[in-house]
Design a protein around this ligand. Sequence first.
Ligand SMILES: [Mg+2]
Length: 313
Amino acid sequence: MQAYQIENILYAGVVGDALGVPVEFDKRDSYYIDSMTTGTWEQPKGSWSDDTSFTLPLLENLTAGQSYDELMQKFVNYMFHNEYTPNGVAFGIGNTCAKALRNWSVNHYPALESGDKSVEANGNGALMRLAPLAIDLVNESNLDQRLQLEREYTSLTHRHPRSIVASYIYLEIIHSLLNGHSLLSTLDTLPNQLTKALENRPSELKELPYFEAMFQPGFATTLRKDIKSTGYVVDTLLASIWSVLNSTSIDGAVILAVNLGEDTDTIASITATLASCENLSDHINDEWKSQLQNKPLLDKFIKPFAKKETTKS
Ligand SMILES: [Mg+2]
């Protein structure tokens, strides 16, 4: 992979986030979005949210080879000190992430035990930041090794096995796409691979059925009204996969996703990321990208990461 392709993937995710911010929580078909605008959160157009603000520290951490504690400190610097933000204000942070950061910074829990492991804590707050990890692991051929890191990076904020399995599915799809497989063929083979790999992890294995709809051959033809678009990690992942399967371009996938309503920023961001991995010769709309707030800050973390990933052997 070339550095510009990695940059395209990461920028697409930020654009999806920023397109979705103004309509986050809005009901499906109460609006139509195909450009940068303002709305929910009353931020200037092109403002990206917590999805990106949690992704930038991960990029920085992976570029520098830093520890989980160093990553948690960066998350805290975002939540309490407004670092990694488009306009100097942290907004939209989810309860589970906030709780994990309090557990780590105030209650001194170990980083890997800071995430909430209750079944109520299965929002998409870990999923939304993790794409860089899959890019970093693109040449790691040992599945168990990849799953372990995916589990650990998820656990910093989300420790319920459903959230962990959601990360496995999302990140393993990215891994497969970046290794040249199509989304359809990946969806065909992934369940068996995961079932085998999780043989000795029954608490995770029993979560796989929650995601099974996306692995059915006819999933792409599911009616739009039957696709949920909430912040529940299962809904978010299914809505994103559905949007990619029903589009022929990155822009098309993002427009489909952002107009589903409710958790629009995260669903559009994850959709854009997946669509970019599936279409490595395509790139996100230049006009949308040029309208992003605080581009220098995005470049500061995206460019060194892309460079590092293409120069490592
Ligand atoms: Mg958000």
